[in-house]
Design a protein around this ligand. Structure first.
Ligand SMILES: [Zn+2]
Length: 231
């Protein structure tokens, strides 16, 4: 498997700036950390930029499409009113794998304590994908808005090196979970049971069926079950 990591912005385009940190640098640092983790697990990685470099959209897309990657992960920070915070991921419309990948990365990052906002797709006036990276990439592409650089608490997390490492780790886990889920599609013996508890609302996302469950997750599922019985 090969992943193309696209650190948003760069060079003359700093992206968002708030509380002393700049989006292009945060994106690049998370990209480096993600590259290291993926390569450590034997996954090939191509970066669209590995330095503070200005990339015109056409050049960025060219590098993505020349990468030979199975998936592209574009890394950004979000911005908005000071009170807005949390993680968002964006996938292409009509892209089932992209949706799964976006939901999986959203879940892993929100498990770090960043507010879970949404995995969504956004269209332009022509009813095409709004993000040019998602629109033009010839493989499944997901854009990760890791956290709000404009929110003091999210910004504080983004400014910390160990937390950027955690974000990179969460993205890597999200990617591997999706790959495992796709491999087990229609073949795993427990899939009907899992689909049943999902339909009943006891779990909200797709999970690799061989993955271990923590006490926290197990308690959440049982609590939902108890709520159902009480009704
Ligand atoms: Zn950005």
């Amino acid at each position: 498997m090969r992943i193309c990591i696209d650190p948003g912005h760069g060079g003359d385009d700093p992206g968002l700036q708030a509380f002393g940190i700049t989006e292009k640098n945060v994106n690049l640092d998370i990209a480096f950390k993600l590259k290291q983790l993926l390569e450590h697990n034997g996954t090939g990685v191509v970066l669209t930029r590995d330095k503070d470099e200005t990339l015109e959209p056409a050049e960025r897309v060219e590098r993505i499409n020349q990468s030979g990657a199975d998936y592209t992960i574009s890394i950004h920070c979000n911005g908005g009113p000071v009170s807005a915070k949390g993680v968002e991921t964006v996938y292409g419309h009509n892209a089932q794998t992209g949706k799964e990948l976006a939901e999986s990365i959203l879940r892993e990052i929100s498990n770090l304590g960043i507010a879970r906002r949404r995995a969504y797709n956004k269209l332009n006036a022509k009813r095409e994908d709004y993000s040019f990276v998602i629109r033009e990439a010839q493989m499944t592409a997901v854009l990760v808005e890791t956290a709000f650089i404009t929110n003091p608490s999210d910004n504080h997390l983004l400014s910390r090196n160990p937390f950027r490492k955690k974000i990179a780790n969460a993205i890597a886990t999200g990617i591997y979970n999706t790959v495992q889920i796709n491999e087990q599609k229609s073949s795993h013996w427990a899939l009907p049971f899992f689909n049943q508890i999902k339909e009943e609302g006891l779990v909200q996302d797709q999970y690799p069926l061989e993955k271990e469950v923590s006490w926290g997750e197990f308690s959440k599922v049982l609590a939902r079950l108890i709520e159902k019985f009480k009704k």
